[in-house]
Design a protein around this ligand. Sequence first.
Ligand code: DX5
Ligand code: ZN
Length: 214
Amino acid sequence: MKLAPSLLSADFGKLRDEAFEVEPQADYFHIDVMDGHFVPNLTIGPPAVNSLRRGLSRPLDIHLMIDYPAIYAPQFDVCAGDFITFHIEAKDDPHRVIDIIAATGAGVGISLRPATPLSVLRPYLKQVDLVLVMTVEPGFSGQQIVTDAVERIAELASLLSKNSSKAMIAVDGGVNKNNIDSLVRAGAELVVVGSAIFSAPDRRAAMEELIAAV
Ligand code: DX5
Ligand code: ZN
């Protein structure tokens, strides 16, 4: 299992310090980019992300919750091992977005809202490096995980294996020390955690607990 703290739950006034604090136990930094249209929330965009990453020593897992990923994906300074993930429900043609992300050198990720059927992934499975399963409605951290999260991860694992896809399975939303083990057992390989890390008094201890729970 790889762990990706979601900086959406961190203090935006000192993002790099917050990132440094959790870096020892982090495999990736998960960064939520929101446009106020695709989701009813606004966060940060390419200039802030590109500045933030200088000095960090982990790859980024950039989660684009935006209507037009084709415009913004090329604006990120990509480093080896980064992923850029867009939503299948966004307004741009997915094949075009995949090509644009691949051209940046980042791994290509596709994310789905909780109600979107996994079958929509079929046409893209050959080109996708990561599938990010949203287990809350995208937009905010600190929500309860959906009730069918484990089943959905297991269903995705089966879909990927039937199609000989090597895409990594990521889970994002409502993950905590009580449910992380079942999600990983179902097939989640990259686990995104926001509030369960950043709301804890000791973030590093919270991450150790998450790792130990699996
Ligand atoms: C929500 C974001 C998540 C969020 C996770 O739209 O995509 O990455 O920050 O936060 P928690 O773990 O608190 O649900
Ligand atoms: Zn996210």
